[in-house]
Design a protein around this ligand. Structure first.
Ligand code: GTP
Ligand code: SPV
Ligand code: MN
Length: 584
């Protein structure tokens, strides 16, 4: 008798008709074969073995450089179960559309069967997935991003306890690109794209969309959150998880070199993109990072902004869509070195600034997490780390102050549910348009977001020592259009205030939106920001919040009766607090 995995692989091979089938074990020899195949295919190049040993540059198809939300579907039986914020097809329609595309799709190719584990090897929170793909780039990336091969097979045995994900590049044509999720079977089908979040199925497809469905059914949480530990001068580490939309600073916050290191405040990285959390025996939410690597945005990453990752990515790293110097080193805008003469841009053409940047704005590095000097000693703790604070945030040129604290859990859920942010290059479409992105999960929640809000409310009730909830904004701009806050390592000043609040200290004033630090409540010594800029960063303007109240009301309206009444209650309370505060 063959195992459920073997049966699924056989069935898939019958459909996709590959020339060869390879079951991946995650070994070094196998990885070398994968790289040879990538080099042979012609879109991957070896980097300078002296300065970047075992590093490669991969150039994707220029039509395939970011997640494509418009062709990402939740295929539930009923449209209402996908909700108003997801694209929807019936499972039957999705199968009828995709089966002919998959029929014979792997002819002339190798079908790789990739078992992988999301989460630390011994953690009870971890889960197994299996991705079948015809892309060696996907296999090499999954090997960095997950515990691939042996550990997954050992956990799986002959059981059917895995999330299957079928991926084929087809002909990488946007007209034939679909990323489909089947809630009933906890199954993923992705065709026509080789890009990160569309193709590395363990990441957004499993660890967020499918896992969020499982988490709701089983009483836990799967969130688009970084996890960090803030060490205090006494050596105590307090863990926080933060949800910011794509390309809004999770990796950078999680890996920061603290500007307050001389005062004893230091940041340790547990995860940079996804958190799975369960209520622990101590009544706190315990978080694991399901991933094993960082798939981070390259542009804007440099020695001053993120020195930790710059140290990490000089070996065993796969770069996608960055520039290539004559010295065969990777280069991107914001690397803080002069653009070298004779460079090739991300498409492989001689770099001409008039034709656009050297690196694609959503170009990325894929690096093993353990290579980061800031990796937390607890990052693979099977129990997970206890979370004391949740931090929401986004890119808001106006409106949201540098930081504020919600009044309580229910208000915190409202703060998360009414998050909004300017769109970035992480997804195709317009950049810089403000859109509502609740809990940074708009593109990643696998079910109706009204039910997701209810799940958040329920989790707060069920968690005896639920995290305190905060909101931050590193992206507020002054009248000159420039960022008011220096960001990056200076963000530790905000984390320190959050820690103070968690511990019952931290000076704050009560405003209609929540507790905002007073200027003296923040540790600002040695910071080159004018007092006027700090005041602006901490201000709450009623004239900005009134249209915001209208917009959030309209957004909530999309969910009809399914929206938890608690959120409308919080909306009215916020409006009343502004009315009571009088003109401002
Ligand atoms: P995903 O991997 O897409 O989920 O993104 P992320 O949230 O991890 O974003 P990341 O940390 O990679 O940051 C994206 C961009 O925002 C980079 O270009 C950073 O340089 C920039 N950025 C990050 N933190 C800050 C900050 O504190 N201030 C400013 N101004 N920019 C920042
Ligand atoms: C994001 O877009 O939020 C990412 C990159 O983290 S991707 O894996 O492509 O989703
Ligand atoms: Mn992300």
């Amino acid at each position: 008798m063959s195992s459920p995995l073997e049966q699924w692989a056989e069935q898939t091979a019958r459909l996709t008709k590959p020339d060869h089938v390879v079951f991946c074990d995650g070994s070094e020899q196998e990885n070398q074969r994968m790289i040879e195949e990538m080099l042979r295919q012609g879109h991957t190049f070896e980097l300078n073995p002296k300065t970047y040993p075992n590093c490669y540059l991969h150039r994707s198809n220029p039509n395939d450089v970011a997640r494509t939300e418009q062709v990402t579907f939740i295929c539930s039986q009923k449209k209402e179960d996908a909700g108003p914020t997801n694209n929807w097809m019936t499972p039957k329609d999705a199968r009828e559309k995709l089966t002919p595309l998959l029929d014979g799709a792997m002819r002339g190719r190798t079908m790789y069967v990739v078992p992988y584990m999301m989460g630390p090897v011994k953690s009870p929170i971890s889960k197994v997935g299996v991705e079948i793909t015809d892309s060696p780039y996907v296999v090499a990336s999954m090997r960095i991003m997950s515990r691939m091969g042996k550990p997954a097979m050992e956990r799986l045995g002959n059981s059917a306890e895995f999330v299957p994900g079928l991926h084929s590049l087809l002909d990488v044509n946007p007209e034939r690109r679909y990323i489909a999720h089947f809630p009933d079977e906890k199954l993923i089908w992705s065709v026509g794209s080789g890009y990160g979040g569309n193709a590395l199925l363990g990441k957004k497809c499993f660890a967020l969309r499918i896992a969020s469905m499982m988490a709701r059914e089983q009483g836990w949480m799967a969130e688009h959150m970084l996890i960090l530990g803030l060490e205090s001068p006494e050596g105590k580490v307090t863990y926080m998880a933060a949800a910011f939309p794509s390309a809004c600073g999770k990796t950078n916050l999680a890996m920061m070199v603290s500007a307050l290191e001389s005062q004893g405040y230091r940041v340790w990285t547990v995860g940079d993109d996804i958190a799975w959390m369960k209520i622990g025996a101590d009544g706190m939410l315990r978080a694991i990072n399901p991933e094993a690597g960082f798939f981070g945005v390259a542009p804007g990453t440099g020695k001053h902004t993120n020195p930790n990752v710059m140290t990490a990515l000089t070996s065993n790293t796969l770069f996608t869509n960055v520039g290539l110097t004559p010295n065969r080193e990777p280069w991107w805008e914001g690397m803080e070195s002069e653009a070298p003469a004779g460079m090739l841009d991300w498409r492989g053409n001689p770099f001409d600034p008039a034709q656009g940047p050297a690196a694609q704005p959503n170009s990325r590095y894929t690096v093993p997490a353990h290579q980061a000097p800031c990796i937390s000693p607890k990052w693979e703790d099977p129990e997970g780390v206890p979370i004391s604070a949740f931090i929401f945030g986004g890119r808001r040129a106006r409106l949201a102050p540098l930081v504020y604290q919600s009044f309580d859990w229910q208000h915190g859920v409202f703060v998360g549910a009414t998050m909004a942010s300017e769109t970035t290059a992480a997804a195709t479409g317009k950049v810089g348009v403000t859109r509502r992105d609740p809990m940074a999960m708009l593109p990643f929640c696998g079910y109706n977001m009204a039910d997701y809000f209810q799940h958040w409310l329920d989790m707060g009730r069920k968690t005896p020592r639920a995290p305190k909830v905060f909101h931050v904004n590193w992206f507020r701009r002054g009248t000159d259009g420039k960022f008011l806050w220096p960001g990056y390592g200076e963000n530790v000043r905000v984390l320190k205030w959050i820690l103070d609040r968690v511990e019952g200290r931290g000076e704050a004033r009560e405003t209609p939106i929540g507790y905002v630090p007073t200027r003296s409540g923040l540790t600002l010594d040695g910071l080159a920001v004018t007092p006027a800029a700090v005041d602006e960063l901490l201000s709450v303007h009623r004239a900005d919040w009134e249209p915001e109240l209208d917009d959030t009301k309209q957004f909530f309206g999309k969910f009809g009766d399914r929206l938890p009444k608690e959120l409308l209650e919080e909306h009215s309370k916020l409006a009343r607090r502004f009315a009571d505060a009088g003109p401002a």
